[in-house]
Design a protein around this ligand. Structure first.
Ligand code: NAD
Ligand code: UDP
Length: 335
């Protein structure tokens, strides 16, 4: 049935793919964004669609609209950007959740929260299952993001218990694909941009830390399946690809695929950078019938093609001051 769907952070990387998919399925989409990391370019191709509406708004302020479903995606996801204004990052997760939950309560909407594998911190359990409570530093440079997202989960479950809200919480693991911002700062986009320009590939630490990368199309399938699942299933549920790679392996693969002459260079490992990360997706398979199908090489091919094709004329607000701050505070030349 056609739904009126609000997507906060809809102009971001994942939000723009979600907007596109939900429009394709015939829904009305209201995209709300303050463009902190998202861009109008990400959703420019949707503007002609009569069922798409765009609103500039910061979710730390209340929002009064009438909708059937809410996907709460608003929050910078890259360490470079979420550490630039850490107080605003926590406010976005916490005040944003309170405002969106208040809205869901008033209009009786089903509400989805984009939580994260970061709630597990630097995990002592591997792979990570949903019943693991995590190992998070509450006072480090990543805490504004990790603790903000943990508190948002708490709020979602308190609204569920206290007000019987229909909530859906996904813990999203590292996701990549077209429309990541070239200066987003996350590893896949950094390495591809560096490789395409034959520049040094910046490995933080010795590159032995691992991540498990999910292609964005697979992720979107999982998020929608979760939203459409029965009211009795709230999550939290891990959504990610369990195929685990070291960061060095990722760099070597991208160099090979782009036939780049880039060399690997080593920088210091940012504080509290998780050593290993891999989702256990047993729950998602069992309840949602979801599992990823796109292997790293295939997903990287699409992503490399995207970055190769970005017109140099495209107005990319690259926000160099954020990258500079991150390098001053977190990443320095390796000893
Ligand atoms: P992104 O930075 O591309 O998108 C975030 C969007 O939220 C941007 O459009 C940004 O402008 C917007 N935003 C930020 N603060 C806002 C505010 N106060 N009010 C309104 N809009 C605001 O990141 P993404 O990768 O698309 O991530 C989307 C969501 O998924 C985030 O909540 C993120 O924490 C979560 N997530 C992403 C990943 C990943 O690997 N991409 C992993 C785990 C969780
Ligand atoms: N990383 C790296 N070089 C870069 C960017 C990131 O070696 O240019 C590392 C980073 O230290 C981390 C991993 O890649 O170990 C994933 O980083 P990202 O910021 O993409 O995501 P997160 O750490 O939040 O999982």
């Amino acid at each position: 049935m056609k739904q009126k769907i609000l997507i906060t952070g809809g102009a971001g990387f994942i939000g723009s793919h979600l907007s596109e998919r939900l429009l394709d399925e015939g829904h009305d989409v209201l995209c709300v964004d303050n463009y902190f990391t998202g861009t109008k370019a990400n959703i420019a191709h949707l503007m002609e669609n009569q069922q798409f509406e765009l609103m500039r708004h910061d979710v730390t302020f209340p929002l009064y609209v009438e909708v059937d479903q809410i996907y709460n995606m608003a929050c910078p996801a890259s360490p470079v950007h979420y550490q630039y204004d850490p107080v605003q990052t926590t406010k976005t997760s916490v005040h944003g959740a309170i405002n969106m939950l208040g809205l869901a309560k008033r209009v009786k909407a089903r509400i989805f929260q984009a939580s994260t594998s970061e709630v597990y911190g630097d995990p002592a359990v591997h792979p990570q299952t949903e019943n693991y409570f995590g190992n998070v530093n509450p006072v480090g440079p990543r805490s504004c993001y990790d603790e903000g997202k943990r508190c948002a989960e708490t709020l979602f479950f308190d609204y569920y218990r206290e007000h019987q809200l229909r909530i859906k919480v996904a813990r999203i693991f590292n996701t990549y694909g077209p429309r990541m911002h070239p200066n987003d700062g996350r590893v896949v986009s950094n390495f591809i941009v560096q490789a395409l320009q034959n520049e040094n590939i910046t490995i933080y630490g010795d590159g032995s830390q691992t991540r498990s990368f999910c292609y964005v199309d697979n992720l979107i399938d999982g998020l929608i399946k979760l939203m459409e699942s029965g009211d009795d299933f709230t999550g939290p549920v891990n959504i990610g690809n369990p195929n685990e790679f070291t960061i060095k392996e990722l760099a070597e693969k991208i160099i090979e695929m782009t036939q780049s002459t880039s060399k690997l260079i080593y920088k210091s490992l940012p504080e509290n950078d998780p050593v290993r990360r891999q989702p256990d997706i047993t729950l998602a398979k069992k309840i949602l019938g979801w599992e990823p199908s796109i292997e790293l090489e295939e997903g990287l091919t699409h992503t490399i093609n995207y970055f190769s094709d970005i017109p140099s004329s495209q107005d990319l607000d690259t926000k160099p001051e954020r990258i500079e701050k991150y390098f001053q505070k977190s990443v320095s030349e390796s000893a």
